[in-house]
Design a protein around this ligand. Structure first.
Ligand SMILES: Nc1ncnc2c1ncn2[C@@H]1O[C@H](COP(=O)(O)OP(=O)(O)OP(=O)(O)O)[C@@H](O)[C@H]1O
Ligand SMILES: [Mg+2]
Length: 455
């Protein structure tokens, strides 16, 4: 299908040359029918209020959403909001994605972007895109006049966040159509509120709860002809190495994973006041392996021991000096003396961190400590702040390995383990004593005691 959106000055080809086929009807819907023409049924589906694009990793959802926003902003004078749980993550995701589309289509003349505040302005139509994070929820009310919302990774939001937003966005846009909420995400556990709110029990993937107000599109990496081969091979490899992860990550289906290591963690709204805390850091300097910095504190009430965990940093591709810049931004000056337990794989970086004034301490992450460290962690109730979106995502995927017959092995799958490893470093090194009393689960305690002494 080829359509052209022509104006006196701009001519963008809405075709499979630049847009993945599955998303073409969305693009046609946002730009409206050509003069005198009727929109096809496929395009009309995308005029509903709730638009869900979900599925496997790398299926082109985010790029397509950004393309739709650019086309919408060029077509009329619209107010768009880029929404995500954590405001600070919008710049590297939606905002950047839109800039990439503007650049790929050579539209720089018509768009101005600013970082502070994080905004996009279309000089041709007067459309604007603002950004809103739900970690600063008092600002959500200001979305009342927004015509089109793109929520990236909507599963990061709580049901309360969603209700607040849904209540705020009402009425019609300047073209007389529904104000719309476009949600892009990868599915997780079927218990999630997004599944319950939008997907009919037993409904098909494609049009699960497609009704008069909702349109749902499911895509996988097969729908993205622009995907890089290396990523595609990684996604395919999971079929042999871990069929469950293949189903959830590659096929993008709601899946209750078996063998999760921490199935019972809880989320809390805020990190509480605690007498002390530590940081844990898992290094990762490549594009695929992020540096994960977590803040961990413990609360002991009688026999109940709770850990509170907050995400301080989760970012791939940092050089050692960039990592230190990030620490300067993320760790408050009053915390500079607080111990940061780092995996011992990067002694040079640990030295650099110490030179920069941080109390970086190496701990031995070696294979023998993994099981014991996990068992120690399991003796605590785990409470993760709801803004810790990467910790939550990893805990939802961090699972035990299985042998060929499907028996669980006492060893985790070495994926989605960056935050769990960082948390484990703190607990194994600094907090193990809290669960060491001899009458408190003696089996696990003895197992940990020896290696803690060695560590
Ligand atoms: N129309 C397109 N033109 C050029 N590149 C594209 C296009 N669509 C997708 N890509 C590229 O394919 C890759 C994956 O796309 P994208 O990030 O949109 O997928 P996703 O479904 O959002 O992935 P995830 O599930 O990981 O969020 C990116 O590198 C993106 O730039
Ligand atoms: Mg995406």
């Amino acid at each position: 299908m080829t359509r052209r959106m022509s104006t006196e000055r701009i001519d963008i080809e809405i075709s499979t040359a630049v847009i993945n086929r599955a998303y073409l009807p969305l693009m046609v819907a946002v730009t409206g029918a050509a003069a005198g023409a009727e929109l096809s049924d496929a395009a009309r589906r995308w005029h509903k209020r709730y638009l869900l694009m979900f599925g496997g990793r790398g299926s082109g959802k985010s790029r397509a959403a950004a393309q739709a926003v650019v086309l919408l902003m060029l077509t009329g004078r619209y107010r768009v909001a880029l929404v995500r749980k954590v405001a600070d993550t919008i710049r590297d995701s939606q905002w950047q994605e839109i800039r990439d589309v503007v650049e790929a289509w050579g539209l720089q003349r018509y768009f101005r972007t600013t970082v502070s505040p994080l905004k996009i302005h279309c000089t041709r139509t007067g459309s604007t895109a603002v950004s809103k994070g739900f970690d600063r929820s008092e600002k959500i009310k200001s979305l009342a006049s927004i015509d089109f919302v793109w929520i990236e990774e909507v599963t990061e939001l709580t049901l309360d966040d969603w209700r607040q937003l849904n209540f705020t966005i009402r009425g019609r846009n300047p073209a007389g159509r529904n104000r719309q909420i476009l949600m892009t995400f990868n599915p997780i556990n079927p218990e999630h509120w997004v599944k319950k709110a939008f997907f009919a029990e037993g409904g098909s993937l494609e049009r699960a709860a497609d009704d008069e107000s909702t349109t749902i599109l499911h895509t996988t990496c097969r729908d993205n002809r622009f995907l890089d081969r290396v990523f595609l091979t990684e996604l395919d490899k999971l079929r042999d190495t871990d069929p469950d992860l293949y189903t959830i990550i590659t096929l993008g289906r709601w899946t209750k994973l078996k063998g999760l290591i921490f199935p019972a963690y809880k989320t809390v709204e805020t990190y509480p006041a605690l007498p002390s805390h530590y940081y844990g850091l898992d290094f990762g300097f490549s594009e695929t392996s992020p540096a994960a910095l977590v803040k961990v504190g413990a609360r002991v009430e009688g026999r109940k021991k709770s850990l509170y965990i907050d995400e301080a940093l989760y970012m791939p591709g940092l050089s050692p000096s960039e990592l230190i810049e990030q620490l300067d931004e993320r760790i408050p000056p009053a915390d500079k003396h607080v111990a940061i337990y780092c995996d011992d794989a990067r002694p040079e970086t640990i030295k650099e961190m110490r030179r920069a004034g941080y109390n970086a301490i190496a701990w031995k992450k070696g294979a023998s400590s993994v099981y014991e460290g996990i068992m120690l962690l399991k003796m605590f109730e785990l409470n993760v702040t709801e803004t810790s979106v990467n910790i939550v995502r990893e805990l939802n995927l961090y699972k035990w390995k299985e042998d060929r017959s499907g028996n669980q092995l006492p060893e985790p799958v070495k994926k989605h383990d960056h935050s769990p490893d960082a948390i484990r470093g703190v607990v194994y090194t600094a907090l193990a004593s809290l669960v060491r009393e001899p009458d408190d689960n003696p089996g696990a305690v003895c197992a940990s005691r020896q290696s803690v002494a060695v560590a």
